[in-house]
Design a protein around this ligand. Structure first.
Ligand SMILES: Cc1ncc(C[n+]2csc(CCOP(=O)(O)OP(=O)(O)O)c2C)c(N)n1
Length: 583
């Protein structure tokens, strides 16, 4: 018995099923799944540049006969959607399991999409665990199911399943012999002539898996505690099952472990057996719509369940009239503590200087998105990974003749490799102009310091080459490329001024300095301190938003917290009065 998170349990289950190849792009809350898998014996695992590539590498390995695990967060499935929809047509060779880790409540995401809808739209069966043991068991069985029905399988988790730990009975690794690869264009070449045949075959395979969904014990009825006569029936899945157990112990529950295709007969029979039938689901209407589509009438709780955000047992009790919302656990006067760029973060000076330029900053996703928050407040948009470069091109097209403020796209190194490259190609191809800042902190910091093509670190630390970012950008057709140390404020200011003054060309500025959390490459220096005699209380140092810096509420004199200060000297360069000292 081991105490595993849902992510770890999925990795373990896949490994026990004899899965040999893992491919992923990191994304909270999915990331630790592939990190765990990569450390297990006799497997090959890699980070792909993005989720589409991950699924395609996986599709190749599956077509060739091996069992494959691909993992991503919910929005990663958007990126991978193109191969996924057709992968249901081709089916698999070796079994293929795809983790979609959804993030209701948006703890670490730009949206709250419910990927049940992908399963249904793409015809990819979806398994859905309620704890780590189920995550393990479902991952283990998924490969055989994928081969049996000739379909890739999804396993859907949400943040509470991905990250909460519970005991798991682990097992031995199955000795899976990869299937012999046989050329079969009618299955694998999805040109219309063959795809039409596979479309018909897809319907048959979906029929077969639908019949199975009605029989499998993965969809099961859990009786209530007997305190009523089974009046209340609840249909739910995943983490919500645990909440319903807590909140409504008397309810009879149809606990769905397969959320697409749904077990129609089981749902109908369950509905007949209870007086009041409810669907409890999180930030979505997927399940209730599907149940209603079977012609089943659903009851509504006394108060509506929240339409967005995460559920919890209390919210369910409030909806069912069992608890009155009387107090909030958090005093309302508690000061908000929004996240901030770390002390010494090399992204900070770029945002500070962009603010001075009054630039329109077209942002992207990563730690650097925090440049949008006060006091830097230097970001106008963030949409999805890679969008900064292409949206910046769009801003230029729309505003070139009317707007005198510079338009600057800001993107991180991993995000640039994920989808910024294609955007840059589009801008170059269409003779776009403007300034693009690549914030190269030598890692994928936001998701926990994963390797990427520009830092030359692979998931299993296999030898590789580190791509030279400047060379790559020049090879894509950009002539004006400059590399700058972002900790040198004067250099940052001059580079930005030079690039943004030119209104006839595309400039790419690469700001390179390691993330302060990178133990191997960032060297912490002695903390700085403020000479109180010299501090004029002008507040400029504090305006860079470093968490190590504050000013006294009464006197206004600046103060450096020596525990947090890493000695980057950014603030020192902003102090015109030489009040920040090294010793
Ligand atoms: C399609 C998609 N995949 C994954 C993520 C999760 N994610 C957000 S930003 C990011 C990469 C950040 O790395 P980088 O661009 O190097 O910036 P840093 O955090 O290092 O500043 C990842 C993996 C996401 N939001 N969307």
């Amino acid at each position: 018995m081991e105490l595993l998170s849902g992510n770890q349990a999925i990795a373990q289950g896949a490994w026990e099923a004899g899965c040999q190849i893992g491919v992923a792009y990191p994304g909270t809350p999915s990331t630790e799944t592939m990190e765990t898998f990569a450390k297990l014996p006799d497997v090959y695992a890699e980070w792909a540049p993005n989720e589409k590539v991950a699924v395609e590498v996986g599709a190749g390995a599956s077509a060739a006969g091996t069992r494959v695990l691909a993992t991503m967060k919910h929005v990663g499935v958007n990126v991978a959607a193109d191969p996924l929809f057709t992968l249901a047509y081709t089916g698999v060779g070796g079994g293929m399991l795809i983790l979609t880790a959804d993030d209701p409540g948006m703890h670490s995401s730009q949206n709250e999409q419910d990927n049940h809808f992908y399963a249904r739209a793409a015809h990819i069966p979806m398994l859905e665990p309620s704890d780590s043991q189920e995550a393990h068991d479902m991952a283990k069985v998924a490969f055989e199911l994928s081969e049996r029905f000739d379909l890739p399988f999804f396993i859907r988790s949400t943040v509470r399943i991905s990250h909460a730990k519970s005991p798991v009975e682990v097992g031995e690794r199955e000795n899976f012999t990869p299937k012999q690869y046989k050329k079969n264009p009618a299955k694998w070449v999805m040109m219309p002539a063959f795809a039409i045949g596979r479309r018909a075959s897809l319907d048959q395979r979906v029929d077969a898996v639908t019949a199975w969904a009605d029989e499998t014990p993965l969809n099961r009825i859990v009786p209530g505690d007997g305190s009523d006569d089974g009046d209340i029936g609840v249909i739910c899945t995943g983490a919500i099952y645990q909440y319903v157990r807590d909140a409504l112990p008397e309810a009879r529950i149809l606990k769905l472990g397969v959320t697409w295709p749904l077990p129609k007969l089981k749902i109908q029979n369950f509905a007949f057996g209870v007086k009041h039938l409810y669907v409890v689901e999180e930030a979505s209407t997927y399940l209730s719509e599907q149940v209603r589509a079977l012609g089943i009438k659903l009851d509504q709780p006394e108060n509506p369940l929240p339409r967005d955000g995460e559920l919890d047992p209390w919210a369910i009790q409030i909806a069912f009239g069992k608890r009155v919302p009387t107090h909030t656990d958090t005093p309302e006067d508690l000061p908000a503590r929004p996240p901030a760029l770390c002390a010494g973060c090399p992204h900070r000076p770029v945002f500070r200087e962009l603010g001075r330029l009054h630039a329109i900053v077209v942002g992207d996703i990563g730690c650097y998105t925090l440049g949008a928050l006060p006091p830097l407040s230097a970001m106008d948009t963030t949409l999805c990974m890679g969008a900064s470069v292409s949206m910046g091109h769009g801003f230029e097209l729309a505003l070139h003749h009317t707007e005198h403020r510079p338009i600057v796209s800001v993107i991180g190194d991993s995000t640039f490799g994920h989808s910024g490259l294609e955007s840059l190609l589009g801008t170059v191809y269409n003779s776009g102009i403007g300034t693009i800042c690549i914030l190269d902190n030598r890692t994928t910091a936001m998701t926990g310091q994963q390797g990427d093509m520009f830092n030359g670190i692979t998931l299993q630390h296999r030898p590789t080459r580190e791509l030279n970012m400047a060379q790559v950008v020049r090879a894509l057709g950009v002539d004006d490329v400059e590399e700058i140390n972002p900790n040198n404020i004067k250099a940052v200011r001059e580079a930005l001024q030079r690039a943004t003054k030119a209104d006839d060309r595309l400039s790419v500025l690469i700001f390179r300095s390691p993330c302060v959390q990178l133990k191997d490459s960032f060297v912490r220096q002695k903390p700085l301190h403020v000479d109180e005699e010299k501090c004029t209380t002008c507040g400029v140092c504090v305006s860079i938003g470093c968490p190590a810096l504050s000013s006294d509420l009464d006197s206004g004199i600046a103060h450096i917290d020596e525990v947090q200060c890493v000695g980057c000297k950014q603030c020192q360069q902003y102090c015109a009065f030489h009040a920040i000292k090294e010793d």
